[in-house]
Structure formats: structure tokens, C-alpha cells
Design a protein around this ligand. Structure first.
Ligand code: HPA
Length: 277
């Protein structure tokens, strides 16, 4: 795997929080915004929200910011945007997610979240496209994340760093989201390592241990966000019913298409929620 720029996070002696502070300084310099209030990571299907939450004051390629990797996937935009909402909040929109399955290590996966915290953001909104375990859900439906099960067998925390994860996905923020759309359902997000989709047996396991959503992101980022002291709001777009629940095979094309179709509606929802935060 060749990359033109070496990434400081690949140096095992680097302090990831110092790298995040450097990245935040890059963002302040490139956007002219000293402090961001809210950060948003936009997963599959959520990208259009950036166009409607307010006025974009700066767009920067993620590669200009210390420690960011190039996006691995088509459909994931590699930019950071600074947006000013109508009521004057500065929102950092992260369109460059590094997934655990890319194999660059968990430090790179959570770098955007640590950077968001270093820019001053107190609220981290994490969004993704994911599979639904509940038969009653339909593709295109957004759901709130109420909690997670981390099946990656990894953690962004290093050393004896004991962090409480009770109310990780803030009840307060979920209540605000429900105030915007009372019909929002919620469920427990189960992060698998990927990049393969789950087997039907793995989906049944997720269901038996209390999972309602299956995906390949978010949980590790949420842990790092909590470590950094942020309050977290999580949304999944159900792009498909999970393997075996849906009787037809899963495909990345189907996931992208479901995201594309749902995008206008869920982006508008997200913009209204951000306004209410
Ligand atoms: N499983 C895991 N990740 C996903 C899925 C799924 O069914 N759909 C979209 N991302």
C-alpha cells in the first residue's frame, strides 16, 4: 500500500493527542475558525447534510490536515468543511472517515474524533450506513444509536485508561433528536471488524447479545470521543436488512444506492437536529 505522504500516526512513538492538536491547528489556520462547537462525521447517505445545515465557510481536503488518511472508498468524500449555522454555531463536518478494516490501526480510525475534540467541539455526531437486525425496519430508515457492542476486540484507549461508557450515546441528545422527529426509533449498534458483511449466523449472534444494528464503524470512534470528553449523538441509516434477515445477498452497490435514495430526507433531518443542539 503506497502513500505519497507518511502519516505521523504510523510512528509508534508519536503521541496521538499531540498529532490531533497539530491537526486542529491546521484546521484553525485553513478555515480561519478558532473554535468549532459541534463535529459531524458523515457516513454513507448522510453527505448532503453538509449542504443544508448552514453556510460553508471553508472546505479543505483532508490530506492537508495532519494525520488524516486518504479516503479508502468511493462514496466517502475526503474533505473537512467548516460550516456556520444560522444561529452562529461553528460545525466541523468530517467527510473523511478511516475505517478499522483498512488496517491502519485504531489510532488512525479515531484521529478525526480526537481532532474534533481538539478544535473545541463539545458534541460529536457520528453517522453511518448500516444493516438492520429488526425485521420491522426498512431500508432508507434513519435510527438513533442508543448504545453499542464493540466486536472489534480492540480499543482506542491505550494503557490503563479506564473510561466510563454509561450513557455513551447521550440520552439528552437523543431526546433533542426525538423532539425534532418523534418517530425516530433507536437500537444498539454492533461494530464488526469487516470489510466482509456478516454471515447470517453472526447476525443472529448480534441479535442474541442485544444488537439491533450491524456495521463497521462508529463504536471505536464513540469511545475515543467520550475519552476526549465529548457528548455523543449517533445515527444509523438502515441501508439494508442484515444478512439472513434480508433474503437476498448484500452488495456494496445496494448499500450506496439506499444511501443515495434516503439522502435528501435524512440530511434534512440531521440539519434540523443540528439546529436544535
Ligand atoms: N453490515 C455491516 N455493515 C454495513 C451493512 C451491513 O449489513 N450495511 C451497510 N453497512
Amino acid at each position: 500500500m503506497s502513500e505519497t505522504h507518511s502519516n505521523p500516526l504510523d510512528d509508534p512513538n508519536a503521541n496521538p493527542f499531540e498529532v490531533a492538536a497539530d491537526a486542529a491547528a491546521d484546521i484553525a489556520r485553513l478555515t480561519g475558525v478558532e473554535k468549532h462547537d459541534i463535529a459531524l462525521t458523515l457516513g454513507s447517505g448522510w453527505g448532503k447534510a453538509a449542504d443544508i445545515i448552514g453556510e460553508t465557510t471553508a472546505t479543505i481536503p483532508a490530506t492537508e490536515v495532519t494525520g488524516f488518511s486518504k479516503p479508502a472508498l468511493e462514496g466517502h468524500v475526503g474533505t473537512l468543511r467548516s460550516i456556520r449555522t444560522p444561529d452562529g454555531k461553528n460545525v466541523l463536518v468530517i467527510g473523511a472517515r478511516t475505517h478499522y478494516y483498512e488496517g491502519h490501526g485504531v489510532r488512525r480510525v479515531v484521529h478525526s474524533v480526537r481532532t474534533a475534540a481538539a478544535t473545541g467541539a463539545e458534541i460529536m455526531v457520528l453517522t453511518n450506513g448500516a444493516g438492520g437486525v429488526r425485521e420491522t425496519w426498512t431500508p432508507g430508515q434513519p435510527v438513533l444509536i442508543s448504545d453499542h457492542i464493540n466486536l472489534t476486540a480492540d480499543s482506542p484507549l491505550e494503557g490503563a485508561t479506564f473510561i466510563d461508557l454509561t450513557d455513551l450515546y447521550s440520552q439528552r441528545l437523543r431526546d433533542i433528536a426525538r423532539g425534532v422527529d418523534p418517530s425516530l426509533d433507536e437500537g444498539v449498534y454492533t461494530q464488526f471488524r469487516g470489510p466482509h458483511y456478516e454471515t447470517p449466523a453472526e447476525v443472529q449472534m448480534a441479535k442474541h447479545i442485544g444488537g439491533h444494528i450491524v456495521g463497521m464503524s462508529t463504536a471505536l470512534e464513540a469511545i475515543a470521543a467520550r475519552e476526549a470528553g465529548m457528548e455523543i449523538l449517533g445515527f444509523s441509516l438502515i441501508t439494508n436488512l442484515a444478512a439472513g434477515i434480508q433474503k437476498t445477498p448484500l452488495s456494496h452497490a445496494e448499500v450506496i444506492e439506499a444511501g443515495r435514495e434516503a439522502e435528501p430526507v435524512i440530511s434534512a433531518l440531521l440539519a434540523r437536529v443540528v439546529e436544535a443542539l
